[in-house]
Design a protein around this ligand. Structure first.
Ligand SMILES: [Mg+2]
Length: 247
């Protein structure tokens, strides 16, 4: 039988070379990779105080697992202020300014959580692995916090509060970005969302991805399991155990 043109031009077609599917890992930031010791909340309060003269505008507002866009809208509304897009952008600018000062202040206790750098280094060493961010932080805020902990260089892209109010939509945007970045289409079964709250678990599950709950935030292992996490760990300290799940 005569070989067809494709068999001559693409010998791999006959050799059935398997190219490993790429895997995508999407990390939350606060209380998953790092702890800022309240720098973010102080910066937000300072921003509202600066702009509107209202103190502690965010007292009683839920922060964990929510986007900065949603948190800022709640803070503005509770303070009886207009939560328009223009107001949000003004608060964002003031917040970023104050966050830079907070993170650089001598009393700031921002630090990496156990194992976060080691797991990112391990993932970065695998050519078929891609890491991104799925965080409720404003983009500049996320990178300021990560840079304060020496973790910013592990991430080239992500989805942030600029992408929307609803955390679920961030995962969709992340998978689109990762596809454009890598040239691969990601099967959700090859995607992991890693985070510390039921919101993180929910946003991965909404798109059929795997989810790793890490109990280093306000929620314990049981709450993360109840939220439907594929796997739950107390922290990321044991790189071998984490890779046993993700790899
Ligand atoms: Mg978090």
């Amino acid at each position: 039988m005569k070989p067809d043109l494709l068999d001559i031009l693409l010998p791999a077609r006959r050799a059935s070379i398997r190219i490993p599917a790429m895997k995508l890992f999407l990390f939350d930031v606060d209380l998953t990779l790092i702890r800022t010791g309240g720098a973010g909340i102080r910066a937000l309060d300072a921003a509202i105080a600066d702009l509107f003269g209202i103190e502690h505008a965010f007292r009683g507002v839920e922060f964990a697992g929510r986007t900065d866009r949603a948190i800022t809208e709640d803070g503005l509304t509770r303070a009886g202020l207009d939560a328009s897009e223009e107001s949000l952008l003004r608060v964002r600018s003031a917040y970023i300014r104050h966050l830079s000062v907070e993170l650089a202040s001598p009393g700031c206790t921002v630090h990496r959580l156990p194992g976060s750098k080691e797991i990112l280094e391990t993932l970065a060493g695998e050519p078929e692995f891609l890491c991104g961010l799925v965080t409720g932080n404003w983009k500049e805020g996320a990178f300021l916090k990560l840079a304060a902990c020496g973790l910013d260089a592990f991430f080239r892209y992500g989805a942030f509060a600029e992408n929307g109010r609803d955390r679920r939509m961030l995962v969709r945007d992340d998978m689109d970005l990762a596809a454009r970045w890598s040239g691969s289409i990601f099967d959700p079964r090859n995607v992991w969302v890693v985070g510390d709250t039921p919101h993180d678990i929910d946003c991965g599950r909404a798109w059929g991805t795997n989810t790793l709950g890490v109990a280093t935030g306000p929620y314990g292992s049981d709450a993360l399991k109840e939220a439907g996490a594929t796997a739950v760990l107390g922290d990321l300290a044991d790189t071998g155990a984490v890779m046993g799940i993700l790899g």
